[in-house]
Ligand binder design. Sequence first.
Ligand SMILES: Cc1cc2nc3c(=O)[nH]c(=O)nc-3n(C[C@H](O)[C@H](O)[C@H](O)COP(=O)(O)O)c2cc1C
Length: 309
Amino acid sequence: MNSLWLAPLRGVTIRAFREAFAGPLRAAGFVGAFAPFIPANPGIRVGDRLLDDVRPFPTESGCHSQFTVVPQVISKDPAAMRVLLKGFKDRGFDRADLNAGCPFPMIRRRGRGSGLFKTPEVLESLLEAGCDEMGPGKFSLKIRLGLENPDELKALMPRINRYPLAVLTVHARTARQMYEGACDVRRFEEVAALSTNPVMYNGDVPFSFHSPGTVPFDSAAEKPFAVSHSSYGLMVGRGFVRALGGEDDAVERLRAYIDLSRAELSGDRPVLGRMKELLAYWCVWPKWRRLWPLLKICRTVDELLLVAR
Ligand SMILES: Cc1cc2nc3c(=O)[nH]c(=O)nc-3n(C[C@H](O)[C@H](O)[C@H](O)COP(=O)(O)O)c2cc1C
């Protein structure tokens, strides 16, 4: 159960990131990554640019052969979702994940992401379509403990258990909490005990490259991370992204991330935006915290590289 999965962080753990940081992902023993969500709406064609964010191994370079990339969809429309899932399959993927956890009001109020808590019948229709399109054990769900209160997911479990999922990933917060406040490990364990599908814990899993032993999160954990009930593994997001900034080769990898981003985006502006998003996570480290006031005001990538050097 010790497998580590990289969490989807929109704008951060994108393809260029996964390629630039393939070495550390490999060194830390990650077995795969869930890619940030792609929306599926009726009547709107998903452009190649969005789809290009996901490429199955071996096209996504640098990772080991067992590294699995799972594309993710956000939707409330089973037919539109099927179109996107077919697109994933055409690109060589045999798995896909449904985002039922996104807490942002624009998404939630339109009944997508964590908004699906309000329409369990829609959630079910998506699970049914997803399992049918991808096949049993090839579709998965990422969700929170609830929208407003942490017992909502427990109440949904009999419905979710009707579908043969690859994994049920639970971010142990409510949508109301957004990304802050304590994770509720006990509630997660209650959900896990009710699940007939494999379960994966997510939320504030501590991560360090330097803790002794082969499983970094075990020794770094200050509290138990529901390890016994995470039958599938642990999903780590921000902890891993932050840890990268403390590595000796951080600047070198930043350069690789910049090069890949330059090849993909046009002009300095979007590349800079992407780098600043990453560097904001690295500010937990004294070096980056000190440089942050300067990094923040850089107007070109070359300026940024000069400061970061
Ligand atoms: C900037 C940002 C973007 C995110 N994008 C996604 C996303 O595209 N899909 C998704 O399921 N979760 C998304 N999440 C939630 C994370 O996958 C994860 O559930 C959350 O950050 C808790 O895990 P962590 O504490 O290990 O980061 C996002 C979170 C953040 C902070």
